[in-house]
Ligand binder design. Structure first.
Ligand code: FAD
Length: 352
Protein backbone atom coordinates (compact mmCIF):
# COMPACT_ATOMS: atom_id res chain seq x y z
CA UNK A 1 0.00 0.00 0.00
CA UNK A 2 1.20 3.56 -0.79
CA UNK A 3 2.24 5.83 2.05
CA UNK A 4 -0.43 7.96 3.79
CA UNK A 5 0.47 11.65 3.71
CA UNK A 6 -0.84 14.18 6.22
CA UNK A 7 -2.63 16.69 3.97
CA UNK A 8 -3.59 16.62 0.30
CA UNK A 9 -4.52 20.08 -1.02
CA UNK A 10 -6.49 19.75 -4.26
CA UNK A 11 -6.13 22.92 -6.38
CA UNK A 12 -3.19 25.34 -6.33
CA UNK A 13 -4.99 28.67 -6.83
CA UNK A 14 -5.17 31.40 -4.17
CA UNK A 15 -7.15 29.18 -1.75
CA UNK A 16 -5.01 26.04 -2.16
CA UNK A 17 -1.63 27.74 -2.10
CA UNK A 18 -2.55 29.81 0.95
CA UNK A 19 -3.71 26.65 2.77
CA UNK A 20 -0.59 24.74 1.75
CA UNK A 21 1.80 27.57 2.60
CA UNK A 22 0.33 28.11 6.07
CA UNK A 23 0.21 24.37 6.76
CA UNK A 24 3.97 24.25 6.30
CA UNK A 25 4.70 27.70 7.75
CA UNK A 26 2.71 27.26 10.97
CA UNK A 27 2.60 23.47 11.26
CA UNK A 28 4.93 21.04 12.89
CA UNK A 29 6.45 19.41 9.81
CA UNK A 30 3.22 18.07 8.33
CA UNK A 31 3.66 16.29 5.02
CA UNK A 32 1.72 18.44 2.55
CA UNK A 33 1.11 17.81 -1.16
CA UNK A 34 -0.66 20.22 -3.53
CA UNK A 35 -2.25 18.77 -6.63
CA UNK A 36 -3.31 20.85 -9.65
CA UNK A 37 -4.65 19.63 -12.98
CA UNK A 38 -2.90 22.46 -14.85
CA UNK A 39 0.68 23.63 -15.22
CA UNK A 40 2.72 26.10 -17.23
CA UNK A 41 0.97 28.37 -19.72
CA UNK A 42 -2.44 26.71 -19.34
CA UNK A 43 -2.39 27.38 -15.62
CA UNK A 44 -1.22 30.98 -16.12
CA UNK A 45 -3.96 31.55 -18.65
CA UNK A 46 -6.64 30.19 -16.31
CA UNK A 47 -5.49 32.35 -13.40
CA UNK A 48 -5.25 35.50 -15.53
CA UNK A 49 -9.03 35.39 -16.13
CA UNK A 50 -9.71 37.72 -13.23
CA UNK A 51 -9.92 41.45 -12.42
CA UNK A 52 -6.79 40.81 -10.29
CA UNK A 53 -7.82 43.53 -7.83
CA UNK A 54 -7.08 43.09 -4.14
CA UNK A 55 -6.99 45.54 -1.23
CA UNK A 56 -3.73 46.21 0.57
CA UNK A 57 -5.65 45.61 3.83
CA UNK A 58 -6.17 41.97 2.84
CA UNK A 59 -2.50 41.27 3.43
CA UNK A 60 -2.59 42.34 7.09
CA UNK A 61 -4.28 39.00 7.78
CA UNK A 62 -1.87 37.04 5.61
CA UNK A 63 1.65 37.95 6.78
CA UNK A 64 4.23 37.05 5.44
CA UNK A 65 2.32 36.96 2.10
CA UNK A 66 2.65 40.40 0.51
CA UNK A 67 1.15 42.10 -2.57
CA UNK A 68 3.85 40.94 -4.98
CA UNK A 69 3.77 41.27 -8.77
CA UNK A 70 1.89 44.57 -8.66
CA UNK A 71 0.82 45.87 -12.10
CA UNK A 72 -1.03 48.99 -10.89
CA UNK A 73 -1.97 50.70 -7.66
CA UNK A 74 -5.52 51.96 -7.05
CA UNK A 75 -6.67 54.58 -4.56
CA UNK A 76 -10.36 55.01 -5.33
CA UNK A 77 -13.47 53.40 -6.74
CA UNK A 78 -15.80 55.37 -8.98
CA UNK A 79 -19.28 53.85 -9.26
CA UNK A 80 -21.54 54.96 -12.09
CA UNK A 81 -25.20 54.47 -11.21
CA UNK A 82 -28.21 54.86 -13.50
CA UNK A 83 -29.40 58.42 -14.09
CA UNK A 84 -25.85 59.77 -14.27
CA UNK A 85 -25.27 59.43 -10.50
CA UNK A 86 -21.60 58.92 -9.74
CA UNK A 87 -20.23 58.01 -6.31
CA UNK A 88 -16.60 57.87 -5.28
CA UNK A 89 -15.00 55.78 -2.57
CA UNK A 90 -11.42 56.18 -1.37
CA UNK A 91 -9.58 52.86 -1.01
CA UNK A 92 -6.12 51.35 -1.05
CA UNK A 93 -5.50 48.42 -3.36
CA UNK A 94 -3.42 46.84 -6.08
CA UNK A 95 -3.89 45.09 -9.39
CA UNK A 96 -1.62 42.07 -9.31
CA UNK A 97 -0.24 39.88 -12.04
CA UNK A 98 -2.10 36.94 -10.55
CA UNK A 99 -0.17 34.08 -12.22
CA UNK A 100 3.15 35.68 -11.13
CA UNK A 101 1.77 36.26 -7.63
CA UNK A 102 0.77 32.58 -7.38
CA UNK A 103 4.17 31.43 -8.69
CA UNK A 104 5.86 33.41 -5.95
CA UNK A 105 3.53 31.97 -3.29
CA UNK A 106 4.18 28.46 -4.58
CA UNK A 107 7.92 29.15 -4.39
CA UNK A 108 7.56 30.18 -0.73
CA UNK A 109 5.54 27.04 -0.01
CA UNK A 110 8.27 24.88 -1.54
CA UNK A 111 10.96 26.71 0.42
CA UNK A 112 9.00 25.71 3.53
CA UNK A 113 9.39 22.06 2.44
CA UNK A 114 6.03 21.57 0.69
CA UNK A 115 5.58 19.34 -2.34
CA UNK A 116 3.53 19.87 -5.52
CA UNK A 117 2.20 17.46 -8.13
CA UNK A 118 0.37 17.84 -11.42
CA UNK A 119 -2.69 15.67 -11.90
CA UNK A 120 -6.45 15.79 -12.08
CA UNK A 121 -8.51 14.42 -9.21
CA UNK A 122 -11.40 12.30 -10.47
CA UNK A 123 -12.57 10.51 -7.32
CA UNK A 124 -12.20 10.76 -3.57
CA UNK A 125 -13.33 8.13 -1.08
CA UNK A 126 -13.24 7.87 2.68
CA UNK A 127 -11.60 4.70 4.00
CA UNK A 128 -10.68 3.64 7.56
CA UNK A 129 -8.81 6.65 8.97
CA UNK A 130 -7.76 8.17 5.63
CA UNK A 131 -9.01 9.28 2.20
CA UNK A 132 -8.07 7.75 -1.14
CA UNK A 133 -7.79 10.14 -4.08
CA UNK A 134 -7.75 8.69 -7.59
CA UNK A 135 -6.25 10.78 -10.38
CA UNK A 136 -7.08 10.76 -14.08
CA UNK A 137 -3.96 8.69 -14.90
CA UNK A 138 -4.91 6.05 -12.32
CA UNK A 139 -2.47 7.19 -9.61
CA UNK A 140 -3.82 6.72 -6.07
CA UNK A 141 -2.92 9.07 -3.20
CA UNK A 142 -3.78 8.47 0.46
CA UNK A 143 -4.12 11.26 2.95
CA UNK A 144 -5.36 11.87 6.52
CA UNK A 145 -6.81 15.30 5.62
CA UNK A 146 -8.01 16.74 2.31
CA UNK A 147 -8.41 20.43 1.57
CA UNK A 148 -10.70 20.98 -1.42
CA UNK A 149 -9.49 24.18 -3.10
CA UNK A 150 -10.39 23.04 -6.59
CA UNK A 151 -12.56 25.95 -7.66
CA UNK A 152 -16.12 26.46 -8.86
CA UNK A 153 -16.72 22.90 -10.09
CA UNK A 154 -14.88 21.24 -7.21
CA UNK A 155 -14.50 17.47 -7.54
CA UNK A 156 -13.83 17.24 -3.78
CA UNK A 157 -17.19 18.94 -3.10
CA UNK A 158 -19.06 16.68 -5.52
CA UNK A 159 -17.46 13.48 -4.23
CA UNK A 160 -17.68 14.06 -0.47
CA UNK A 161 -20.40 16.66 0.09
CA UNK A 162 -22.68 16.22 -2.93
CA UNK A 163 -23.60 19.91 -2.74
CA UNK A 164 -23.38 23.08 -4.89
CA UNK A 165 -22.77 26.74 -4.13
CA UNK A 166 -25.96 28.77 -3.77
CA UNK A 167 -25.29 30.81 -6.94
CA UNK A 168 -23.00 30.53 -9.94
CA UNK A 169 -22.32 33.43 -12.29
CA UNK A 170 -20.65 33.14 -15.70
CA UNK A 171 -18.43 36.21 -16.15
CA UNK A 172 -16.85 37.54 -19.35
CA UNK A 173 -13.46 39.22 -19.00
CA UNK A 174 -11.86 41.35 -21.76
CA UNK A 175 -8.54 43.13 -22.12
CA UNK A 176 -8.94 46.25 -24.25
CA UNK A 177 -6.82 49.10 -25.52
CA UNK A 178 -8.70 52.07 -24.09
CA UNK A 179 -8.48 54.95 -21.66
CA UNK A 180 -9.63 54.53 -18.09
CA UNK A 181 -9.38 56.71 -15.00
CA UNK A 182 -5.87 56.31 -13.57
CA UNK A 183 -5.47 54.48 -10.23
CA UNK A 184 -9.21 53.89 -10.18
CA UNK A 185 -11.52 50.90 -10.03
CA UNK A 186 -14.49 51.95 -12.19
CA UNK A 187 -17.86 50.21 -11.89
CA UNK A 188 -21.09 50.59 -13.87
CA UNK A 189 -24.28 49.53 -12.15
CA UNK A 190 -27.70 48.93 -13.71
CA UNK A 191 -30.67 46.59 -13.72
CA UNK A 192 -29.36 44.84 -16.86
CA UNK A 193 -26.43 43.36 -14.87
CA UNK A 194 -28.80 41.28 -12.70
CA UNK A 195 -27.19 42.14 -9.35
CA UNK A 196 -23.69 42.25 -10.87
CA UNK A 197 -21.83 45.09 -12.55
CA UNK A 198 -19.51 46.03 -15.36
CA UNK A 199 -15.98 46.83 -14.24
CA UNK A 200 -12.98 48.66 -15.71
CA UNK A 201 -9.67 48.18 -13.94
CA UNK A 202 -6.26 49.48 -15.06
CA UNK A 203 -4.08 46.58 -16.14
CA UNK A 204 -0.48 47.41 -17.01
CA UNK A 205 -1.29 49.82 -19.88
CA UNK A 206 -4.47 48.00 -20.98
CA UNK A 207 -7.93 48.02 -19.41
CA UNK A 208 -9.33 44.89 -17.79
CA UNK A 209 -13.10 44.98 -18.18
CA UNK A 210 -16.00 42.57 -18.01
CA UNK A 211 -19.56 41.81 -16.95
CA UNK A 212 -21.91 38.92 -16.25
CA UNK A 213 -22.04 36.87 -19.47
CA UNK A 214 -24.67 38.03 -21.93
CA UNK A 215 -25.48 41.30 -20.17
CA UNK A 216 -23.36 43.49 -22.48
CA UNK A 217 -21.34 43.30 -25.71
CA UNK A 218 -17.80 44.20 -26.65
CA UNK A 219 -16.50 43.60 -30.17
CA UNK A 220 -12.99 45.09 -30.07
CA UNK A 221 -10.56 43.58 -27.66
CA UNK A 222 -7.04 42.23 -27.25
CA UNK A 223 -8.18 39.20 -25.30
CA UNK A 224 -11.49 37.62 -24.28
CA UNK A 225 -12.22 34.85 -21.76
CA UNK A 226 -15.02 33.55 -19.58
CA UNK A 227 -14.96 31.91 -16.15
CA UNK A 228 -17.52 30.95 -13.51
CA UNK A 229 -17.78 32.69 -10.16
CA UNK A 230 -19.67 30.83 -7.41
CA UNK A 231 -21.00 32.74 -4.38
CA UNK A 232 -23.55 32.50 -1.58
CA UNK A 233 -21.71 29.65 0.17
CA UNK A 234 -22.30 25.91 0.44
CA UNK A 235 -24.35 24.10 3.12
CA UNK A 236 -21.23 22.76 4.87
CA UNK A 237 -17.53 23.59 4.58
CA UNK A 238 -16.29 20.52 6.49
CA UNK A 239 -17.11 16.84 6.47
CA UNK A 240 -14.89 14.67 8.66
CA UNK A 241 -11.33 15.56 7.73
CA UNK A 242 -12.26 17.21 4.42
CA UNK A 243 -12.37 21.02 4.28
CA UNK A 244 -13.63 23.20 1.41
CA UNK A 245 -12.02 26.61 0.78
CA UNK A 246 -12.35 29.43 -1.76
CA UNK A 247 -14.55 29.02 -4.82
CA UNK A 248 -15.06 25.33 -3.95
CA UNK A 249 -16.99 26.68 -0.95
CA UNK A 250 -18.65 29.57 -2.84
CA UNK A 251 -16.85 32.07 -0.61
CA UNK A 252 -16.56 35.05 -3.01
CA UNK A 253 -18.40 38.12 -1.74
CA UNK A 254 -21.95 38.45 -3.19
CA UNK A 255 -21.68 42.27 -3.37
CA UNK A 256 -18.13 42.97 -4.56
CA UNK A 257 -17.53 39.50 -6.11
CA UNK A 258 -14.01 39.67 -4.70
CA UNK A 259 -12.79 36.18 -3.92
CA UNK A 260 -8.99 36.29 -3.73
CA UNK A 261 -8.84 37.70 -0.21
CA UNK A 262 -11.56 35.43 1.21
CA UNK A 263 -9.97 32.38 -0.42
CA UNK A 264 -6.57 33.11 1.07
CA UNK A 265 -7.90 34.02 4.53
CA UNK A 266 -10.09 30.89 4.54
CA UNK A 267 -7.06 28.87 3.42
CA UNK A 268 -5.07 30.11 6.40
CA UNK A 269 -7.95 29.31 8.80
CA UNK A 270 -8.36 25.85 7.30
CA UNK A 271 -4.61 25.25 7.75
CA UNK A 272 -4.81 26.33 11.40
CA UNK A 273 -7.71 23.95 12.07
CA UNK A 274 -5.89 21.02 10.42
CA UNK A 275 -2.72 21.74 12.40
CA UNK A 276 -4.82 21.67 15.60
CA UNK A 277 -6.38 18.37 14.44
CA UNK A 278 -9.84 20.01 14.71
CA UNK A 279 -11.33 20.67 11.24
CA UNK A 280 -14.66 21.73 12.77
CA UNK A 281 -12.90 24.84 14.13
CA UNK A 282 -12.67 26.02 10.52
CA UNK A 283 -16.40 25.43 10.04
CA UNK A 284 -17.20 27.39 13.20
CA UNK A 285 -14.90 30.24 12.16
CA UNK A 286 -16.52 30.48 8.72
CA UNK A 287 -20.09 30.37 10.07
CA UNK A 288 -19.34 33.19 12.52
CA UNK A 289 -17.10 35.24 10.25
CA UNK A 290 -18.33 38.57 8.88
CA UNK A 291 -17.05 37.29 5.53
CA UNK A 292 -20.03 34.89 5.41
CA UNK A 293 -22.56 37.39 6.76
CA UNK A 294 -26.06 36.83 5.30
CA UNK A 295 -26.28 40.65 4.87
CA UNK A 296 -24.16 40.35 1.75
CA UNK A 297 -26.43 37.80 0.09
CA UNK A 298 -29.50 39.81 1.12
CA UNK A 299 -27.96 42.91 -0.46
CA UNK A 300 -27.18 40.98 -3.64
CA UNK A 301 -30.78 39.72 -3.92
CA UNK A 302 -32.12 43.23 -3.28
CA UNK A 303 -29.90 44.78 -5.95
CA UNK A 304 -30.85 42.03 -8.43
CA UNK A 305 -34.51 42.97 -7.93
CA UNK A 306 -34.00 46.74 -8.24
CA UNK A 307 -34.90 48.78 -11.31
CA UNK A 308 -32.59 51.49 -12.64
CA UNK A 309 -34.86 54.01 -10.89
CA UNK A 310 -34.46 52.22 -7.53
CA UNK A 311 -30.66 52.29 -7.91
CA UNK A 312 -30.63 55.95 -8.84
CA UNK A 313 -32.80 56.80 -5.83
CA UNK A 314 -30.62 54.83 -3.40
CA UNK A 315 -27.30 56.16 -4.72
CA UNK A 316 -28.24 59.82 -5.29
CA UNK A 317 -27.54 60.99 -1.70
CA UNK A 318 -23.95 59.80 -2.09
CA UNK A 319 -23.22 61.67 -5.29
CA UNK A 320 -19.59 62.73 -5.01
CA UNK A 321 -17.57 61.09 -2.27
CA UNK A 322 -19.41 58.66 0.03
CA UNK A 323 -18.76 59.57 3.66
CA UNK A 324 -19.75 57.71 6.78
CA UNK A 325 -22.08 60.35 8.25
CA UNK A 326 -24.45 60.72 5.26
CA UNK A 327 -24.34 56.94 4.85
CA UNK A 328 -25.51 56.44 8.44
CA UNK A 329 -28.10 59.24 8.18
CA UNK A 330 -29.52 57.69 5.02
CA UNK A 331 -29.53 54.23 6.61
CA UNK A 332 -31.54 55.52 9.59
CA UNK A 333 -34.09 57.40 7.49
CA UNK A 334 -34.55 54.66 4.90
CA UNK A 335 -34.97 51.37 6.77
CA UNK A 336 -35.92 49.50 3.59
CA UNK A 337 -32.42 50.08 2.23
CA UNK A 338 -30.59 49.76 5.56
CA UNK A 339 -28.99 46.37 4.81
CA UNK A 340 -27.78 47.68 1.43
CA UNK A 341 -25.83 50.52 2.97
CA UNK A 342 -24.30 48.30 5.61
CA UNK A 343 -23.38 45.60 3.08
CA UNK A 344 -21.85 48.09 0.62
CA UNK A 345 -19.98 49.90 3.39
CA UNK A 346 -18.51 46.63 4.68
CA UNK A 347 -17.82 45.22 1.21
CA UNK A 348 -15.43 48.06 0.39
CA UNK A 349 -13.59 47.56 3.66
CA UNK A 350 -13.23 43.83 3.97
CA UNK A 351 -14.44 41.82 1.01
CA UNK A 352 -11.65 42.28 -1.53
C1 FAD B 1 -13.89 37.15 -14.46
C2 FAD B 1 -13.59 37.14 -12.98
C3 FAD B 1 -12.99 38.26 -12.39
C4 FAD B 1 -12.67 38.25 -11.02
N1 FAD B 1 -12.05 39.34 -10.49
C5 FAD B 1 -11.70 39.32 -9.19
C6 FAD B 1 -10.97 40.41 -8.62
O1 FAD B 1 -10.64 41.38 -9.29
N2 FAD B 1 -10.65 40.33 -7.30
C7 FAD B 1 -10.98 39.28 -6.53
O2 FAD B 1 -10.68 39.28 -5.33
N3 FAD B 1 -11.65 38.21 -7.05
C8 FAD B 1 -12.00 38.21 -8.34
N4 FAD B 1 -12.66 37.13 -8.88
C9 FAD B 1 -12.95 35.96 -8.00
C10 FAD B 1 -11.67 35.12 -7.83
O3 FAD B 1 -11.05 34.95 -9.07
C11 FAD B 1 -11.98 33.74 -7.22
O4 FAD B 1 -12.86 33.87 -6.14
C12 FAD B 1 -10.68 33.05 -6.79
O5 FAD B 1 -9.93 32.73 -7.94
C13 FAD B 1 -10.93 31.77 -6.03
O6 FAD B 1 -9.69 31.10 -5.88
P1 FAD B 1 -9.66 29.51 -5.65
O7 FAD B 1 -8.26 29.18 -5.36
O8 FAD B 1 -10.71 29.11 -4.68
O9 FAD B 1 -10.13 28.87 -7.05
P2 FAD B 1 -9.42 28.90 -8.48
O10 FAD B 1 -8.71 30.16 -8.68
O11 FAD B 1 -10.48 28.52 -9.46
O12 FAD B 1 -8.33 27.73 -8.42
C14 FAD B 1 -8.74 26.38 -8.45
C15 FAD B 1 -7.55 25.52 -8.86
O13 FAD B 1 -7.96 24.15 -8.75
C16 FAD B 1 -7.49 23.43 -9.88
N5 FAD B 1 -8.40 22.27 -10.07
C17 FAD B 1 -9.72 22.31 -10.41
N6 FAD B 1 -10.21 21.07 -10.48
C18 FAD B 1 -9.19 20.22 -10.20
C19 FAD B 1 -9.08 18.78 -10.13
N7 FAD B 1 -10.14 17.98 -10.36
N8 FAD B 1 -7.87 18.24 -9.83
C20 FAD B 1 -6.80 19.04 -9.60
N9 FAD B 1 -6.85 20.40 -9.66
C21 FAD B 1 -8.03 20.98 -9.95
C22 FAD B 1 -7.54 24.45 -11.02
O14 FAD B 1 -6.65 24.08 -12.06
C23 FAD B 1 -7.11 25.75 -10.31
O15 FAD B 1 -5.73 25.97 -10.37
C24 FAD B 1 -13.01 37.12 -10.23
C25 FAD B 1 -13.62 36.00 -10.80
C26 FAD B 1 -13.92 36.00 -12.16
C27 FAD B 1 -14.57 34.79 -12.77
Amino acid sequence: MTEIIDVLVVGAGPAGLSSAFFLRHMGDDLEVLTLDRMEGRRRSRYHSICGEGISVGAFSELTPIRPWAVKDRVDKAVINWPGGVRTTQRLDGVIIDRPAFLDRLEGMYREEGGHSAVGSLISLKQEEGFYTAVLYDGTELRSRYVIGADGAFSTVRKQIFGTRPLRMLAVERYLVEAETLPETLTFHMGESYGGGYRWEFPCGGLVNTGFPAGTSRLDEYVDKACRFLPFGGVPQVTDGNVLLVGDAAGQANPVSFGGIRTSMVAGKRAAKAVIAGKPERYRRWWERSRLSSPWYMKAHETLAGWSDGDMERAAAPFQGRARLRPLLRRAMTSPRDFHMYIAYGLAFRESW
